[in-house]
Each structure stands twice: as structure tokens, then as C-alpha cells.
Design a protein around this ligand. Structure first.
Ligand code: XMP
Length: 219
């Protein structure tokens, strides 16, 4: 099982410092609007240069196909993977997959990761009732990964059963209170545990990343 660092800090210096400090224990780095809107998309290149890790842009893209295509082109020029929402429907996700295919190559494929059920409390209001269908769509489209919640292990398990061998990327342990032990019972070698604040808000991000990596690797 792999550790994905959610680097949701707002300054370039802090981002690069934490990325470099934690790189020996982190498998892949996820950034999103907080960092990219504060510093610009070029930060992806700088993180990659500093760490030699893949960078995922968590933009939860949710627009019409024509706009999704433009967002994906700008993002995948820099990033290795992009996260999109599935609730907008198949054509919007496929527009991103088309860009990923065009921009990637065998040695450096570009990946499309789709959200099923989110990890926060209110995800149960609108998203949870359709999350199984979203997971089925993710399987049908053969996306490269799906996001499913560590905050609800029973749902994580159900979604994993639907998507089969598609890697799961799971946020919710650490600051959101997800139970890592339960999550470790469900996820497998190709899946990712996402930790953000539990690492970058820790007084020693390197030690925290080391701690999470050790816990995850024990399984
Ligand atoms: P924390 O600080 O809670 O960070 O460890 C979690 C990271 O994951 C993102 N996040 C999600 N992304 N679906 C997603 O695609 C989700 O359900 C979800 N929940 C949290 C969050 O933005 C942060 O980067």
C-alpha cells in the first residue's frame, strides 16, 4: 500500500520544503486548488524536480466535456494525473481520458482518477446514494483510479468490491478521523492512503510521514 501526501499548503516555499523533507517516505504527491491558485501550475514542475515523484492534481474537474478537455490539457501538460468528478456523467470523464491518452506515453502515462463517494460528512446527502453507480461507471470506463472514503470503511469496502482491480485512492485518515487500521484491512498493494494535515500540519512533517509510511507498510 502506498502513501499519497496531500500538499494543501498555500506557499511555494513551504510546499517545496515539506515535499523535500518527506520525499523518502511518500510515494506520490497530490496538490490541489489551495497550492495551485496560490502559486501557479508551474509548481508541479518544481515539486517534481525536487522530489522525483509523480504529482497528481486534485481539481475535482466537473464541467461539460469541452471545458473538461481544456482543463485537462492545461493540467496534464505538467501533472502525471488529474482527479475529476464522475457525477457529471460519462462524456465529461471521457473527454479527460482522451486528453490523457493524447498527452501520455508508455514510459510516462497520464492518469485519470475519478471521485466516487467523498470523505466529508455531507457526502452522505447527495453523493452517497449514487456512489455505487459512479463506481460502476468508473469500472466501465476503466479509469486509472477512484477516490473512496477512509472515513467510512464499510463504504470503502463496497466501492472496492465494485471497482475490482482499479486502484483506490483514499482520503480521510488523520485530520478527518478515519480509522487507519480498518482501512488497512480493506486496501491492497496497489491502493493509496492519502494524508494531508496529519503530515504537513505536524510539527515534524518528516517524522509524521515516516510514521504513516511505517504503519502502511506493516500490512
Ligand atoms: P487531509 O488534510 O484531510 O487531506 O488529510 C485530505 C486530502 O484529500 C482531499 N479529499 C478528497 N479528495 N475526494 C477527493 O477527491 C474526497 O472525498 C476527498 N476528501 C478529501 C482533500 O481535499 C485533501 O487534499
Amino acid at each position: 500500500m502506498k502513501l499519497m501526501l496531500a500538499l494543501d499548503v498555500m506557499s511555494k516555499n513551504e510546499a517545496l520544503k515539506i515535499a523535500e523533507e518527506t520525499k523518502d517516505f511518500v510515494d506520490i504527491i497530490k496538490i490541489g486548488y489551495p497550492l495551485v491558485l496560490s502559486t501557479g501550475i508551474e509548481i508541479v514542475k518544481e515539486i517534481k524536480n525536487k522530489t522525483n515523484k509523480e504529482v497528481v492534481c486534485d481539481f475535482k474537474v466537473a464541467d461539460i466535456p469541452a471545458t473538461n478537455e481544456k482543463i485537462a490539457k492545461t493540467t496534464l501538460k505538467y501533472a502525471d494525473a488529474i482527479i475529476c468528478q464522475g457525477f457529471v456523467g460519462k462524456d465529461s470523464v471521457m473527454a479527460i481520458q482522451k486528453v490523457a491518452e493524447e498527452y501520455g506515453n508508455k514510459g510516462a502515462p497520464k492518469k485519470v482518477i475519478m471521485v466516487t463517494e467523498m470523505s466529508h460528512l455531507s457526502a452522505v446527502e447527495f453523493l452517497q446514494p449514487v456512489a455505487d453507480d459512479l463506481a460502476k461507471m468508473a469500472k466501465e470506463l476503466s479509469v486509472d483510479g477512484v477516490v473512496a472514503p477512509s472515513t467510512r470503511p464499510e463504504r470503502l469496502k463496497e466501492i472496492k468490491e465494485i471497482v475490482g482491480d482499479i486502484p483506490i485512492i483514499s482520503p480521510g485518515v488523520g485530520a478527518q478521523g478515519g480509522d487507519l487500521d480498518k482501512v488497512l484491512e480493506i486496501l491492497g498493494d496497489n491502493d493509496y492512503v492519502i494524508v494531508g494535515r496529519g503530515i504537513y500540519e505536524h510539527n515534524n512533517p518528516k517524522e509524521s510521514a515516516k510514521h504513516y509510511k511505517k504503519l502502511i507498510s506493516k500490512n
